[in-house]
Design a protein around this ligand. Structure first.
Ligand code: FES
Ligand code: FES
Length: 164
């Protein structure tokens, strides 16, 4: 049995499961369906989660690689009191959510960006999110949302929360 921590909770998987994807483990085994399956080929970003604080495409990430890792999904961002993470709230407030299919991946990619660069320019935001596709918004409001989140999270920028 291998161990994996997801949103602060420990889980196990078998050797036979190691070749399956992290995405299928999250969605089918743990029923964490906030992480979306868009292209299944690593090109749309809908399946983005954090593994040890780094954004990965979970549809292309073998479960075996995540042994002993800490995984954070969109479900792990909600605070214990039910309030949204500042990045989630900023996406809502900036009108960056339409159908919402791309939103979990966008938000997890944003966390990765703000962890590395707490005050990104619009150009840096566009570059960081260029692998995350959105069919609805035209991207302007998404860039607005990331800037809003960055401003709200300064000076105490937090990248992971696990319900804090
Ligand atoms: S579903 Fe993983 S990148 Fe599209
Ligand atoms: S809000 Fe619909 S794909 Fe982005």
């Amino acid at each position: 049995m291998k161990k994996i921590k997801v949103n602060g909770s420990e889980h196990t998987f078998t050797e036979e499961q190691e070749e399956s994807t992290l995405l299928s483990f999250l969605r089918e085994e743990l029923r964490l369906t906030g992480t979306k399956n868009g292209c299944g080929e690593g090109t749309c970003g809908a399946c983005t989660v954090l593994v040890n604080n780094k954004a990965v495409r979970s549809c292309r990430y073998k479960l075996g690689r995540a042994a002993d890792a800490e995984v954070l999904t969109i479900e792990g961002l909600i605070r214990e009191d039910g309030s949204l993470h500042p990045v989630q709230q900023a996406f809502m407030d900036a009108g960056a959510v339409q159908c919402g299919f791309c939103t979990p991946g966008m938000i997890m990619q944003t966390l990765d960006l703000l962890h590395k660069n707490p005050e990104p320019t619009r150009e840096e935001i566009r570059k960081a999110l260029k692998g995350n596709l959105c069919r609805c918004t035209g991207y302007q409001t998404i860039v607005d949302a990331v800037q809003l989140a960055a401003a709200r999270m300064m000076p105490s920028a937090q990248c992971t929360t696990y319900g804090q």
